[in-house]
Structures are given as structure tokens and as C-alpha cells.
Design a protein around this ligand. Structure first.
Ligand code: ACO
Length: 354
């Protein structure tokens, strides 16, 4: 059966670091609370638009597969923090890298990368696409509310990308399932980034979240998704070699692994370094896991995600023979001499940061 095999990967994480201690200097929080409740030690704050981060990650993924954007029939950017309503972030990536394939953004909040992988796989199985670039890219620092300590400490910026190509071999996406419960739209929302704010100027442009409800649903739903995905692949949970969960909270990841009775050694995490980067978190973690040798040829890699909607999904990927990049690109974005706090100050006038 024709399916999507991952043959390239890359990531871009902005250089400006925002530590828990930095945050504690401007809001009523502390390093101990943030680390013990979420597992986060620091996060990155972008000095460039989301589309630049997406392009940088895509460049690395294409080099890793030794392909160019002109080879791509499809570019999907999973994001809930696009530069603009029109055009899509994916169109900007194509503007920078070239090609004439289809471009689209996909908003399933933090589940976006698993959704994107599944959509690309469906188009590959249908024969309409041979090669695709799937990017998760987010600039959630734009929506941080520094007056709300329960959400401000959780999020960060970054991008990750993979290149997939049609395969008839044993490697590739063996199964995936995507879900959403629209009755839970209000437990995690950013209201002011859509047309609502045009008609109601009082709509906040920040993250609004019922943390405990999200937590409870996340553990249950990601667990259910993983079980269905392994069963549909004709496998068992103990066959999973590497689990890459959406990096939202270390306690959610640990609870999900316990619920699935998965060996903690198979769980890859990097939330301590980046916080919750929404749709970017799984491709960044995947890219780092590969570069650190945490994925071996033939491994079964499980990806599970949940996010605003409430959306959730799971994907089982059989890895191919290659776990090293074919090429790397030197091209990097211009750096910044600003700190994470200084970058936040640029958009949080009046909060004592300027
Ligand atoms: N620093 C210090 N104290 C804090 C902070 C903070 N940053 N934030 C909250 N507190 C306090 C609260 O005020 C409360 O104090 P009180 O008992 O005096 O009222 C206390 O800490 C406990 O607060 P809770 O909200 O009950 O803490 P909880 O253990 O539930 O942890 C958290 C909160 C980390 C948000 C957790 O609920 C969580 O991770 N939920 C899931 C969030 C998530 O995954 N979101 C991403 C979704 S993905 C997407 O689509 C973007």
C-alpha cells in the first residue's frame, strides 16, 4: 500500500531564551512552581515572523532529504499563529524556497502536525501527491498574557518540518486517527486573532485556558488515540520503540505513558528547553530525537497530540533505513542581540517590561 515515509527532517528554534527566572522578574511566579507543574525550564522567543521560522525549518528538512522545494507537490504548515489571514504561511515558505505545488495552512492547534501528516498521507495514498513538506510552526509568544500567570509560563516559539515521499515498502505512516470534540471549544481559545476582534474591540488577543480541563482531556484522549492507532496498524503498545508526544506539560506526557503502560525510556521529551510550541512541538522533538540517535532504523515511532478544539490525534510511523541527514544547510536566519524579555517587551507595553 502506498503511504507517506519520512525522508527528511529539520527544525528552527529562535536564539533568544526566556528562562523561568526571567518570567519571575515580571510576573508573580517562580522557577520551582513552573518546573514542578509543567517540566518547563525555559522557552524561546522569536525575533522573526512565523513564516521565517517555518522556512528555516523547511530548508533544513529539504537538505536532509537532498531535495528542493521544486520537488514538493504539497506544502502544509500546521499553525494557529500565522503571520496574516491571507496568504498562508505555506505560501510564504514557497515564496522563499520555490516550487509550484499546492500550499495550505492547517489549524488544529497543537494537534496540527499529526493532522498534517495524516492529510498528506491520505493524498499520497490517493495518488495525487508524491512528495510533501509538512511543517509545524508557531509564534505563540505573540499571544502571551503576562497578567495571567497560569498561561504565560507555558508557551514558546519554534518550527519543525519533515519531508515525506510515497513508499510501497514497510516504512511510513502505518495508521493514524484524528478527532475533535467541538463541545469543548471554550476551554482553550485565543479569541482576538480572528474576525471577532474586528466587530468587538474588547476581545482579548491572548490565550484563555481552563488548564485542569485541558489536562484531564489530554491524558484520556491521547491515550485512546494511541491505542486505536497501534491496533489499526496490527500492532501492540509494547511494539512502540519511541513515543513522541505533543510537548505541553511533562505531567501530561508522563500520565499518558503510564496509562498506556509504556516504558518511560521510550518517551522522548524536550519540553524543558522549549515549553509548549503547539503544532511545532512534535516535529522539533522528532528532529532532535533523530539527531541525538534516539531513533533507530525500523523503529516504530508513535506520535500523539492534543490541542485547542479540542482536537487530538495519533500516528504510528515505521521508520526506514536512514536516520541521519543527507545534507545540512548553513543558511541561517539573522540573529538577534535582544533577550527573550526584551523581545516580549516589544508587544507588552504597560506591563512594566519596557
Ligand atoms: N506560578 C505560581 N503559581 C501559579 C502559577 C504560576 N505560573 N499559575 C497558577 N498558579 C497558582 C494558582 O493561582 C493556584 O493557586 P491557588 O491554589 O492559591 O488558587 C495554584 O497555583 C494551582 O493552580 P492550578 O491551575 O490548579 O495548577 P495545576 O496544577 O492545574 O497546573 C497547569 C496548571 C500547569 C496549567 C496545568 O493545569 C496544565 O498543564 N494544564 C494543561 C495545559 C495545557 O496542556 N495547555 C496546552 C494545550 S495545547 C494547545 O492547544 C495550545
Amino acid at each position: 500500500m502506498r503511504r507517506a515515509a519520512i525522508i527528511g527532517w529539520g527544525d528552527y528554534t529562535p536564539p533568544a531564551v526566556l528562562t523561568n527566572t526571567d518570567l519571575a522578574s515580571v510576573i508573580d511566579t517562580n522557577d520551582e512552581w513552573i518546573r514542578s507543574r509543567s517540566g518547563i525550564k525555559e522557552r524561546r522567543i522569536s525575533h522573526v515572523p512565523n513564516s521565517d521560522m517555518a522556512t528555516a525549518a523547511a530548508r533544513q528538512a529539504l537538505a536532509s532529504a537532498d531535495l528542493s522545494a521544486a520537488d514538493m507537490d504539497l506544502i502544509i504548515v500546521a499553525t494557529c499563529s500565522p503571520d496574516r489571514a491571507i496568504p498562508s504561511v505555506a505560501a510564504y515558505v514557497q515564496r522563499e524556497l520555490g516550487g509550484l505545488g499546492a500550499t495550505m495552512d492547517l489549524n488544529a492547534a497543537c494537534s496540527g502536525f499529526v493532522y498534517g501528516l495524516s492529510v498528506a498521507n491520505g493524498m499520497i495514498a490517493a495518488g495525487t501527491v508524491d512528495k510533501a513538506l509538512i511543517i509545524g510552526a508557531e509564534r505563540l509568544s505573540a499571544f502571551l498574557d503576562l497578567t495571567d500567570r497560569s498561561t504565560a509560563v507555558l508557551f514558546g516559539d519554534g518550527a519543525g518540518a519533515v519531508v515525506v515521499e510515497a513508499s510501497d515498502g514497510p516504512e511510513g505512516l502505518l495508521s493514524s486517527n484524528l478527532h475533535s470534540d467541538g463541545s469543548l471549544t471554550e476551554i482553550l481559545t485565543i479569541r482576538g486573532a480572528g474576525t471577532e476582534s474586528v466587530f468587538d474591540h474588547d476581545v482579548p488577543t491572548t490565550v484563555d485556558m481552563e488548564g485542569r480541563e485541558v489536562f484531564r482531556n489530554a491524558v484520556t484522549r491521547m491515550g485512546e488515540g494511541a491505542i486505536v492507532a497501534v491496533e489499526n496498524a496490527g500492532l501492540a503498545l509494547e511494539d512502540i520503540d519511541v513515543l513522541i508526544s505533543h510537548q505541553a506539560n511533562i505531567r501530561i506526557i508522563d500520565a499518558t505513558a503510564r496509562r498506556l503502560n509504556i516504558d518511560p525510556d521510550t518517551v522522548y521529551t524536550n519540553i524543558h528547553a522549549y515549553g509548549n510550541t503547539s503544532a511545532a512541538s512534535i516535529p522539533i522533538a522528532l528532529s532532535e530525537a533523530l539527531d541525538q540517535g534516539a531513533i533507530s532504523p525500523g523503529d516504530l515511532v508513535a506520535m500523539v497530540a492534543f490541542g485547542g478544539g479540542l482536537t487530538w490525534g495519533a500516528a504510528m510511523v515505521r521508520w526506514g533505513e536512514r536516520t541521519t541527514r543527507l545534507r545540512r544547510v548553513d543558511h541561517e536566519l539573522p540573529g538577534t542581540d535582544k533577550t527573550g524579555l526584551e523581545l516580549l517587551a516589544a508587544r507588552t507595553q504597560g506591563l512594566g517590561l519596557e
